[in-house]
Design a protein around this ligand. Structure first.
Ligand code: PLP
Length: 454
């Protein structure tokens, strides 16, 4: 068995590798299944959508993950988004170590909270005031409570395939893990709650117009992923986001842009900057915590001042604004701010090279793929496409994607383990990783997924 050896700076001594031996991972998975449902603490990690056994990670540096058997993989899921600067990025590691020496948590205010807030507000002009929470789920859940309180309305509009965390009212046609498992919403969500959520097709303004006509003065909020990542990568059609902004403004509905995935990813100022739009409330997560658990909800001052202790909307968190998490967030966001002019063009170029390079290998092998990409997030959909909404994404050949995933993993390339998850890369990915990935894809298309047909 070959392994990929090399430094995290990207030196690769063997492009064609086999990581088939995962005996320790296998044993660890069996042990984990004793304690955790499916052996995992978040469902997609179990690899059920692609088959095969999930490697257990021991450590990571830069663009590379090392599993419990010593196999190395190029990482294209980046902890599902946060690791935009690569793993164990020294300024982030040092910031966490420094903060930890002064105690991990106080449950009282620290200067670090406003330090990170100042940076967030500088990047997101739509955010005038904010609250830190500990996950994206908490951020969107709290934003919706605020929107309902502000409008005195109950109905939430979301879009098919968009995932906003696992709060009850948002688990309706929610893409990602939910789509992967074909669960219609989720068991345990009361109909009364689900009925307050309207799930509409993405990228179609006319259905939103119709919803407003059908529910006059009853829609509290419209929430969306401004670039969908949780149904695979689906960019907004030209004018779509601006159209939603205009419709919600006209209707007195709170426009919530969920940038938990896209924030600091598609641009320093997220999709709001990239597409030049405004929002009433914005949610952030993932990158803003630099790999530690942080979520943000924030926006217009008049909305945020409805929160306790100033107003009647209750929201709280024992570990909200945790000093270690703030330190990791400050180290990450300040690096991005100071280096945005280099970071984002580099991410764009690297992502373009790998995404288009693999698509070209597919085309050469006669495999029909649709590539959707916005900056450093993308998806190879195993369908001739186009993919502009969830229904079209769902036409993908997920069995073929599973074969592709397994073939890539066996050659040392770890893609997100579902057709309906966007791939990401980091500033630590370079030419060597790109070339190794394209070589692996050539091998996969030649051998690993034979039998693929549309
Ligand atoms: C990941 C994600 C969430 C949920 O964040 P968690 O921290 O996993 O709770 C919400 N919205 C979007 C767009 C996400 O990608």
């Amino acid at each position: 068995m070959h392994k990929v050896f090399g430094l995290y700076t990207g030196t690769i001594m063997s492009a064609h590798v086999s990581t088939a031996a995962r005996t320790r991972s296998h044993a660890l998975q069996q042990r984990a299944e004793h304690f955790f449902p499916g052996g995992v603490n978040s469902p997609v990690r179990a690899f059920r959508a692609v088959g095969g056994a999930p490697p257990f990670v021991e450590r990571a540096q830069g663009a590379w993950l090392t599993d419990a058997d010593g196999n190395r993989y190029i990482d294209y899921f980046g902890s599902w988004g946060p690791m935009i600067l690569g793993h164990a990025f020294p300024p982030v590691v040092e910031a966490i170590q420094r903060a930890a020496r002064d105690s991990a948590s106080f449950g009282a205010s620290t200067a670090g909270e406003a330090d990170l807030a100042e940076r967030v507000v500088a990047c997101y002009p739509a955010i005038e005031k904010l609250r830190f929470v500990s996950s994206g789920t908490e951020a969107t859940m709290s934003a919706i409570r605020l929107a309902r309180a502000a409008t005195g309305r109950k109905i939430i509009v979301k879009f098919e395939g968009c995932y906003h965390g696992h709060a009850d009212g948002l688990l309706v046609k929610a893409g990602s893990g939910v789509a992967t498992f074909g669960i219609p919403g989720s068991a345990g969500v009361p109909e009364e709650v689900a009925h307050l959520t309207l799930a509409l097709p993405y990228n179609d303004l006319s259905v939103v117009e119709s919803a407003f006509a059908a529910h006059p003065k009853a829609i509290a909020a419209v929430i969306l992923e401004p670039v969908v990542g949780n149904a695979g990568c689906i960019p907004p059609a030209p004018g779509y986001l601006a159209g939603l902004r205009a419709l919600t403004a006209r209707e007195g509905t709170v426009f919530i842009v969920d940038e938990v995935m896209t924030g600091f990813r598609v641009a320093l100022g997220g999709a709001l900057e990239l597409y030049g739009i405004d929002a009433d409330l914005v949610t952030l997560g993932k990158i803003v915590g630099g790999g530690l658990p942080v979520g943000v909800f924030g926006g217009k001052r008049v909305l945020m001042d409805l929160l306790a202790p100033l107003g009647p909307v209750y929201q709280a968190g024992t570990l909200s604004g945790n000093p270690l998490a703030m330190a990791a967030g400050i180290a990450t966001v300040s690096y991005l701010q100071h280096n945005a002019a280099q970071v984002y063009p580099r991410l764009e170029a690297t992502a373009r090279a790998v995404a288009e390079g693999v698509a070209a290998e597919a085309a050469r092998a006669g495999v029909s793929l649709t590539l959707n990409r916005v900056g450093s997030m993308w998806t190879w959909f195993f369908t001739p496409g186009p993919v502009t909404n969830y229904d079209q994404a769902a036409r993908s050949d997920t069995a073929a994607f599973g074969r592709f995933h397994r073939a890539m993993l066996d050659q040392g390339v770890w893609l997100p383990p579902s057709q309906f998850e966007a791939a990401f890369l980091s500033t630590a990915h370079g030419d060597a990783e790109v070339q190794a990935t394209i070589d692996a894809a050539r091998g996969a298309f030649e051998t690993g997924i034979t039998g693929y047909s549309l």
